[in-house]
Design a protein around this ligand. Structure first.
Ligand code: FAD
Length: 386
């Protein structure tokens, strides 16, 4: 007789929820249903994933081996997609990191040996005003298209996806999974974790990012699609100070078609934005000016399509990826269910580039918790027989 499947309710259909679903579904032991207020192809200020650039440029410190492991697993997966799955919207290109002033304590980033073709950029090839730069082969992800790809992938593997909003973990656990209740619930609600009952994580805060979407002349696209960069003003780095970046979006399956390019950006901690006025013209102009100074040959004639903004789900203390056996408060008169409660949220500006690593990690934690639950149940059965 085949084993009954382990039923999982996932909250959230951003890159974290969908990637977690995909990793679970690679093991036929799991049945997955996703519940989310916002789904791929929708846009909302509090749904971060569609707004991202997104390219792979790890920010893990040289001694942060945990974050490096998460980013490495994701890099390997994304490069596999870039090679073998054109419909994913992931492509190879060259990353350029520019420093207006070379940091005195500069050390090569840890990923120097992970990426191909890492080298210092000759001074003659640096943009005006830039003192130092590195170049390496990396990947970029067309975020809105990749979300649709992930959604199609998990549906094809048997997941169900439902529009819906829950107020608490308890409500998530109470959503029937088939004819039964879930054995595992996973919170991938990003910034929503701040107000979700049973979580109420006040370490969560938004880091608003304004971007400008442009198109270059058709003739420039072959060069533009191979170029991504980050430029740091003096004393700045990802997460602080002024950062300028360029990330092209290839159209899945049509690499040669002229796609959009994301120009950024801002890092506005604790700024919740405003539904009506999400972008500022002054910021748009400042982004365009900085990008045009950095890469005039590509962007002087670029056509602005729109400006927009998203809220990065930042977390004091870092990302929360964990699972534990818990007994949730239930309705009065009901037996409190024991189940596995997991979390995968708080990815700030690295939700794509760490997505696969974080999903692998949370699934490994869930498996450990399920084994712990099995052992507890087996020993209570033995006790009751005695
Ligand atoms: C401008 C910008 C540029 C970025 N660039 C990059 C980049 O280059 N590289 C990179 O790796 N990352 C980048 N990021 C960060 C990345 O986008 C995020 O880390 C990532 O999208 C977070 O995904 P998530 O799935 O955790 O959250 P979200 O995408 O916000 O998804 C949360 C999900 O939970 C649902 N939800 C929340 N609460 C509830 C509830 N109570 N009930 C039901 N559903 C609920 C939402 O509807 C949604 O489906 C960027 C972000 C921005 C804004």
């Amino acid at each position: 007789m085949s084993q009954p499947k382990c039923r999982v309710n996932i909250l959230g259909a951003g890159v974290s929820g969908l990637t977690t679903a995909l990793v679970l579904l690679q093991n036929s032991h799991y049945s997955v249903q996703i519940i989310a207020t916002h789904l791929p192809s929708e846009l909302a200020l509090d749904y971060t994933s569609p707004w991202a650039g997104a390219h792979w440029r790890s920010y893990a410190d040289i001694d942060d081996l945990d974050q490096q492991a998460l980013d490495t697993a994701t890099f390997k997966h994304l490069t596999h997609l870039a090679k073998h799955e054109p419909n994913a919207g992931v492509m190879f290109l060259y990353g350029h990191d520019y420093w207006d002033v070379k940091p005195k304590d500069f050390v090569d980033p840890w990923f120097k040996t992970l990426v191909e073709d890492y080298h210092y950029i000759p001074v003659a090839d640096l943009p005006r005003g830039v003192e130092f730069g590195i170049r390496y082969r990396t990947v970029s992800v067309n975020a809105p298209k990749y979300l649709v790809y992930l959604q199609e992938k998990v549906l094809a593997l048997g997941a169900t996806i439902h529009h819906g909003t829950v107020a608490s973990l308890k409500e998530l656990a109470q959503i029937p999974h088939g004819s039964s209740r879930a054995d595992v619930i996973i919170n991938c609600s990003g910034l929503g974790s701040r107000i979700l009952g049973g979580v109420l994580d006040h370490q969560m805060f938004p880091t608003r990012g304004q971007i400008v979407i442009v198109k270059v002349d058709d003739a420039l696209w072959p060069l533009a699609k191979q170029f991504t960069c980050e430029r740091y003003a003096e004393g700045s780095a990802m997460g602080k100070g002024t950062i300028t970046y360029v990330i092209p979006r290839v159209i899945p399956g049509q690499e040669s078609a002229n796609g959009e390019i994301v120009l950024g950006g801002t890092m506005q901690h604790w700024d919740w934005g405003n539904d009506k006025e999400t972008t500022s013209e002054e910021t748009t102009n400042a982004i365009l000016r900085r990008v045009r100074e950095t890469k005039p040959d590509l962007f002087t004639t670029a056509k602005v399509l729109r400006s927009c903004a998203g809220l990065r789900p930042n977390r004091r203390g870092g990302v929360r990826v964990s699972a534990a056996v818990e007994q949730l408060d239930w309705n009065e008169g009901w037996e409190k269910p024991v189940l596995v409660v997991a979390h995968n949220y708080g990815h700030a500006g690295f939700g794509y580039q760490a997505s696969v690593g974080c999903a692998n990690k949370v699934v490994a934690e869930i498996e450990r918790s399920l084994q712990q639950l099995d052992r507890a149940r087996a020993s209570s059965k033995t006790m009751s027989k005695l």
